[in-house]
Design a protein around this ligand. Structure first.
Ligand SMILES: NC(=O)C1=CN([C@@H]2O[C@H](COP(=O)(O)OP(=O)(O)OC[C@H]3O[C@@H](n4cnc5c(N)ncnc54)[C@H](OP(=O)(O)O)[C@@H]3O)[C@@H](O)[C@H]2O)C=CC1
Ligand SMILES: CCCCC/C=C/C=O
Length: 330
């Protein structure tokens, strides 16, 4: 019998999450039966959606915190998942998990031996796919266009900027520290600035792209979005991926509202979830891996050691501690 540690949501988040909102518990797991496998967490993901999932009733108090992980099969009664194989699964913040296999995805068979498996939660995983679909399916970005991305030094943002460069675009990125800005420049972003220290966000955006933006990959929302809207070019496209500046609000933020720019500049603004294109995932992951192997897609991670530190890693990511993908090594 295996013993799992699990992090549960003790108390609904009110404003920014607190240590006391989480509770570490133990769970006993029975031996795997026919068709079942026992998994052990290797890397766990902490993501912004875990903060606002509550709004959409994905978690209630007492539930195991939701989330994806890379896990190793340690016992198997399922031929598809032999002992030692690695899978991704959305089984939440837990060290061990018993599965019948239906919710497991094997890590790509062509995954190089020397490539960290944690990338299956980042550049070659859900955030990488989000970047790809936001640019190709939603923005329908074209060579020569100018793209703006915020939270640009994070898991999704660094991939957005690099793919847009591969497609021949001018890329402007904003992030919350000088180290992050330096990293964006190292990745090949044409312009990057620290949105926390610029005298005026409006002026900084204008200076970075005096002719305006064709595409806006929106990760932040709120005030930032209001400042960008008047700087969109005619027929611009806005991929509404996230609105992290609003996730911890206790009162909804108020306008300005988007309608005048939407109408007179004939903009297209579209929200999306990465899960809209599941049929594309296998081919898209192969494409991301190929770019990485060809040296066209760099990655970076902020790794927290120890399952016990899941809440700290999660809150740190929400505060902006991470450059690249925030993950926890179990
Ligand atoms: N639609 C979809 O399917 C998906 C959407 N998302 C969304 O994409 C966005 C980025 O996610 P992800 O790359 O995983 O996370 P990140 O790795 O970018 O981490 C979050 C970052 O957000 C920034 N941030 C936090 N608070 C604020 C604020 N008030 N204003 C501006 N920036 C802030 C911080 O960077 P900084 O130092 O720059 O402030 C922080 O590092 C999120 O909005 C998320 O919800 C993610 C995955 C899928
Ligand atoms: C359960 C995974 C959800 C991924 C989509 C994320 C949306 C915004 O952060």
């Amino acid at each position: 019998m295996a013993q799992a540690q699990v992090w549960t949501l003790r108390k609904h988040f009110q404003g920014f999450p607190k240590n006391t909102d989480f509770e570490l518990k133990e769970e006993k797991l029975p031996e795997p039966q026919n068709g079942e496998v026992l998994l052990e967490a290797v890397f766990l993901s902490v993501d912004p959606y875990m903060r606002y999932a509550l709004l959409y009733c994905l978690m209630k108090e007492g539930d195991v915190m939701i989330g994806q992980q890379v896990a190793r099969v340690i016992q198997s009664k399922n031929l598809k998942f032999p002992v030692g194989s690695h899978v991704t699964t959305h089984c939440g913040w837990r060290t061990h998990y018993l599965s019948n296999g239906s919710d497991l995805v094997l890590v790509l068979p062509e995954w190089p031996k020397n490539l960290p498996l944690s990338l299956a939660l980042g550049a070659i995983g859900m955030p990488g796919l989000t970047a790809l679909y936001g640019l190709e399916e939603v923005c329908q970005i074209k060579s020569g266009e100018t793209l703006l991305v915020n939270a640009a030094a994070g898991a999704v943002g660094i991939i957005v900027g690099q793919i847009a460069k591969l497609k021949g675009c001018k890329v402007v990125g904003c992030a919350g520290s000088e180290d992050k800005v330096a990293f964006l420049k190292q990745l090949g972003f044409d312009e990057a600035f620290n949105y926390k220290t610029v005298r005026s966000l409006e002026e900084a955006l204008k200076k970075a792209a005096p002719d305006g933006y064709d595409c806006y990959f929106e990760n932040v929302g709120g005030h930032f979005s209001s400042v960008v809207m008047p700087q969109m070019r005619e027929f611009g496209r806005i991929a509404v991926c996230g609105s992290i500046s609003m996730y911890n609000d206790t009162e909804p933020q108020k306008g300005p509202y988007v309608h005048p720019e939407m109408i007179f500049k004939q903009l297209r603004m579209e929200g999306f979830l990465v899960h809209r294109w599941p049929h594309k995932h296998p081919e898209s992951l192969k494409r991301l891996l190929a770019w990485q192997q060809q040296g066209k897609l760099q990655w970076r991670e902020h790794v927290t050691e120890g399952f016990v530190n899941m809440p700290a890693a999660f809150m740190g990511m929400l505060k902006g501690d991470n450059i690249g993908k925030a993950v926890v090594k179990a």
